[in-house]
Design a protein around this ligand. Structure first.
Ligand code: GLY
Length: 309
């Protein structure tokens, strides 16, 4: 099996000022994940490494750089899932943790549960020795300024992902050389969200899903819309019906647009290595490593290819 990794840095109207750093960030994440695959590592380790790379990169709305909620605080959501056994772990509304994707993995591996939320997620983090950061440690100066500027406006959530309010989510999907798929998704959610609001990202079947029988998906975009159509599972349903990754992604995003007027983006890999990065927002930074070929893009229909040694 030829291993593949695909990553995204969020589907929204990425302004030119963030464009270069977003593309550099997804390329770095795809390459970090690809190093794991090249060493014979698992799809699960690969997606965790790739998502951690983007959580640590302040250009993305995940981990360091996450957007602020209505109280001016960071609350983080994440999921990780592997396709061999359907094991999954997730955290929501967790605070002051640098890498929620790794906490989600600990929920999967060290508890009998799939999701921990809020205070419980933080208690669990402390109990397993995850460092708890100072309250503002994940907040960038730029985000504090944006939040101060935009908090006076109330807009309908549907407009968020085609305005500069949106600032959405990171994710990764991978297929390893053993034929196993995995996905991971991590986010700070929507700027100025209500305290305690949980979007699609940590919800199994919405923000991500992985099943060796169908493939792996990570979603980004308007969380409430993605939840309504359970976007990750919808895409895999279409693949189970015989559609390619790209066809399934396109028809599912189109359905979400028509049915609930929501925009977003997805990355998908099938158990045979068919993959896609597809979005209906203005832009989505994405990158993929397929063998020694690095693919990436930002604008619709953009697909740049580089050969790496
Ligand atoms: N898609 C991320 C969120 O809505 O929270």
């Amino acid at each position: 099996m030829k291993p593949v990794i695909v990553v995204h840095g969020g589907a929204w109207a990425i302004p030119d000022a963030f464009a270069e750093a977003s593309v550099a960030g997804v390329k770095a994440a795809a390459q970090a994940g690809s190093e794991v695959l090249k060493r014979g590592g698992s799809a699960l380790d690969t997606v965790e490494v790739a998502v951690r790379t983007m959580e640590d990169d302040p250009v993305f709305d995940a981990g360091h750089g996450a957007v602020l909620n209505a109280d001016g605080e960071v609350e983080l959501d994440a999921i990780i899932m592997e396709g061999k056994t359907l094991a999954a772990g997730a955290v929501s509304s967790v605070r002051n943790i640098a890498n929620p994707v790794s906490l989600a993995r600990a929920v999967m591996e060290k508890t009998d549960h799939i999701m921990l939320t809020g205070h419980g997620a933080n208690l669990f983090a402390e109990s397993i020795g995850v460092p708890i950061l100072m309250p503002d440690a994940l907040v960038t100066k730029e985000e504090r300024k944006e939040w101060e500027h935009y908090k006076k406006y109330i807009v309908g959530v549907k407009e968020l992902f085609n305005s500069q309010w949106g600032h959405d989510t990171v994710g990764a999907v991978a297929l390893d050389s053993f034929g196993n798929v995995a996905c991971a998704t991590s986010t700070g959610g929507i700027r100025n969200k209500m305290v305690g609001r949980v979007g699609d990202s940590p919800i199994i079947g919405s923000g991500g899903y992985a099943d060796n029988k169908s493939g792996a998906v990570s979603c980004t975009g308007h969380g409430e819309s993605i939840l309504k159509v359970t976007l990750a599972r919808l895409i895999l349903f279409h693949m189970d019906q015989g559609r390619t990754a790209s066809e399934a992604a396109e028809c599912s995003l189109q359905y979400m647009g028509e049915r609930v007027q929501g925009g977003g983006g997805v990355i998908v890999v099938s158990p045979t290595g068919d993959w896609t990065a597809t979005f209906t927002t203005e832009r989505m930074a994405w990158a993929a490593m397929d063998g020694n070929l690095l693919y990436y893009g930002l604008n619709p229909k953009e697909n740049i290819k580089e050969t790496l040694n």
